[in-house]
Ligand binder design. Sequence first.
Ligand SMILES: [Zn+2]
Length: 331
Amino acid sequence: MAVKASVTRKGAVLLGKYVACDGFHETRPLRVVTHAHADHLIGLRQSLKHCERVLMTPATKDLIDVMRGPLFLMMGNVETLTYNQPFRYGDEEITFHFANHILGAAQVLVEDNEGTRILYTGDFKLRGTPTVEADVLVIEATYGCPSRTRPFDASVENVLVSLVEQGLREGTVYVFGYHGKIQEVMQILRKAKIKVPFVAPEKVFHVSKVCEKHGMRLGTILLSTEDEGRKLLKNNSPCVAFYHMGSRHKVGQDSFRVCVSGWEFRSVCRRIGDKEYVVALSDHSDFEDLLEYVRRCRPKEVITDNYRVGDAVALAREIWRRLKIPAKAVP
Ligand SMILES: [Zn+2]
């Protein structure tokens, strides 16, 4: 079979003849953005300048508008594509399928003129992500090593809720995470009937508003830069303050603190300081989930993404060893 998919040294996932996902490639007229995380926006400025079309879901567009400013995407010819709505280009068809990761995340299926189905999963968590069957599969490999297995996935949300409840008895609880996951935590807490106000700095606030626009229910969120929110934080009143992981060393030093991270495998919750905890909330598949996806997808060949952080080499080896499907880590 001719090479129908690849991953370049600059992080572009090439599918079929026309599409480059999550990276720039000079010969590809179509750029796809699978979701709004930074390691999937590589070369986007170049793509906006040089590609005929830049495709993404409406929610991903809204998130990028918030994170990069509304003018950024206006540099190029952006077209939004909803899930399951085919887009024809030349003799190929491109379709987005839902991926349970952050708001707007998509798997990308290209069907070429020979009927070959070429799929890139993008980032995804197995639970809630529909399997798309394909001949050629490019899969993320964040937790591609056999030791990256989480035996406790289902209990994480409950642990998170009780930890926050415990902290609220003492006052403000600070939660640190990445964009998208922060809003997932907000939703988990609201579903558990935690009704205290949420406080957030500007960017987190606006990302949350996009999430609400696309159907998430997050309740009252106050800006940390405005009076009401600022007062709550200053008085250590019961509220939950949400900050990006990057602010971890700058705010809430003496308060009750919870970091949500996928890079935790031994326990659901680990104490790392006097009043600081890490909770293993992940928006990626663990090793077993990645294998399970490959099993269900039933591809003839697999490429594991070896550009982004992860264990693509180990994953490719295990796919061959355990499923007997040819797999290689690229690049
Ligand atoms: Zn991601």
